[in-house]
Design a protein. Structure first.
Length: 290
């Protein structure tokens, strides 16, 4: 039987840290509150609020659920009060379970330190909400992306994963961008295609598919995953008569186009599809409603 003092101590566990351990990060701050995409309901506009000082939450995406951290665990897992208490006890600083109370934001991990725990179909609500915020349909996302659970120095996280040509994954979430080893570019070949479409990142490729309302482009596609892989792609690009470039509207993108032209490759700059925007996905987000 827990004492009132023990219950009170559990209620002091920061909701922000609990959400972080579950893979949820705030989108922005609004006054005294942090704003998240709801971890319970899929939404295009974030409406899950946390007041760090009072350590309470309020989810406006559903029926207005609100309360302390114990109520939050009940709400997210569907368990009863005592099971929620047991869950929080297992995550306390005295436990051997990995849990962070530091409040340090997750941003980058060295790819060599990332250990994949599981690869599975997309189902996490936070990841689905992130995909929706990028204006990518679920059907298209499920065609190319996976949900990756991974571990870094004993702590477990999850992210969207896009497989590269060597079996590694590009990892993305609301507040994380990284990869696993080995790092490489990705090729989506189409038999007998004489043309290849080249994108910097997977969300630009998916944005192009969305714009033309297809699950697959009719010609081969190469996703660089990083401009640093450009020299490695030349042998693959030489197999095609025409190269459509959907690169960022910045200096790096323009230099890449000039470099490929200098190599006497037949390249076409297709950035006119998203003139005035940094990339294809930024254009899509500005022109498509959720």
């Amino acid at each position: 039987m827990r004492t009132k003092a023990q219950i009170a101590q559990l209620k002091e566990i920061p909701i922000v840290d609990y959400l972080k351990q579950q893979g949820y990060q705030p989108v922005k701050a609004s006054g005294a509150e942090l704003v998240y995409y709801s971890p319970k309901n899929i939404e295009a506009t974030p409406s899950f609020l946390v007041n760090p000082r009072k350590n309470v939450f309020h989810d406006f995406s559903g029926e207005g659920e609100q309360g302390d951290i114990i109520r939050l665990v009940q709400y997210l897992t569907g368990c009863g009060f005592f099971r929620a208490v047991e869950t929080l006890e297992a995550l306390s600083p005295n436990s051997s379970q990995p849990f962070s109370f530091s409040g340090e934001a997750i941003s980058q991990h060295d790819s060599s330190s990332v250990e994949i725990v599981s690869v599975q179909p997309l189902q996490n609500r936070s990841l689905l909400a992130y995909i929706a915020s990028r204006r990518i349909s679920l059907a298209l996302a499920q065609t190319y992306l996976k949900e990756i659970h991974y571990r870094v120095r004993g702590k477990q996280y999850y992210a969207i994963g896009f497989r590269n040509g060597k079996g590694g994954y590009e990892l993305r979430s609301q507040y994380f961008k990284g990869s696993t080893s080995p790092k490489w570019f990705s090729l989506v070949p189409v038999q007998n295609s004489s043309l290849v479409n080249v994108f910097e990142g997977v969300f630009d490729f998916l944005s192009c598919c969305e714009m033309f309302n297809v699950l697959r482009l009719k010609n081969s596609t190469l996703i660089l995953n990083s401009l640093s892989f450009l020299p490695d792609t030349i042998p693959a690009l030489l197999q095609y008569n025409t190269i459509n470039l959907f690169l960022d509207n910045d200096n790096a993108g323009r230099k890449t186009i000039d470099r490929l032209k200098a190599d006497r490759l037949n390249v076409l700059d297709c950035s006119h599809y998203y003139t005035g925007y940094k990339d294809f996905n930024e254009y899509l987000q500005a022109h498509r409603y959720a």
